[in-house]
Design a protein around this ligand. Sequence first.
Ligand SMILES: *Cc1c(COP(=O)(O)O)cnc(C)c1O
Length: 229
Amino acid sequence: MSIADNIRSLKNETSVIHVTLIAVSKTKSNEEIMEAYDAGQRLFGENMVQELVEKYETLPKDIQWHLIGHLQTNKVKYIAPFITMIQSVDSIKLLQEIDKHAQKNNRVIDCLLQVYIADEETKYGLGFDEVIEMLRSEEFVNIKHVRVRGMMGIATNTESEKQIKEEFYELKTFFEGIKQSYFRKENSFDTLSMGMSSDYKIAIEQGSNMVRLGSTVFGQRVIKHWKNN
Ligand SMILES: *Cc1c(COP(=O)(O)O)cnc(C)c1O
């Protein structure tokens, strides 16, 4: 199947159940991205700031870019003018930096809190207790140019469907609890980003309303082992 076919069938699959599809285009060329764009896709996800900025500058301006990878505070300024959503907020310091640059650009930036649910040490994200601590902090109250829209989580990379299911279930439950406790009056706290190519069907069953799909859209990413090849 071509990229365009993949986009069309995934859009059909997700739109009827009100799940938003983010096409994860990291490492993919502008030509490949344009094939998805021409099939109607406008939401794309990237995980590296420099790659994201280059693509933003060269591709159509009605693309809505989501940052899904770890963001260093000193790089916020490069994406603040145009980013649609930052899904990988994992500290109050980062949130404050986003707030500062959003204000400079006269905008409010939508963000998701990345919550740690996997049984792996390498993944970034906030623990459940850290989310609560952040939402209760004085620093958080003073943030005016960020709109926290919900949460993002990455499940463990495992064959065990049971484990993946449990991790997504926990995040969905936590998300609903936080919404009730801290965002009851804000209808904009509505986004739960869970699910990648290998586990998005399980994520949707567990209540995800945003999936981030790379290889299912574009095919396998080529991992380069040698710098000079
Ligand atoms: C790369 C990436 C994805 C997409 O991965 P696929 O397995 O190719 O679908 C989703 N979310 C994050 C945070 C990623 O870094």
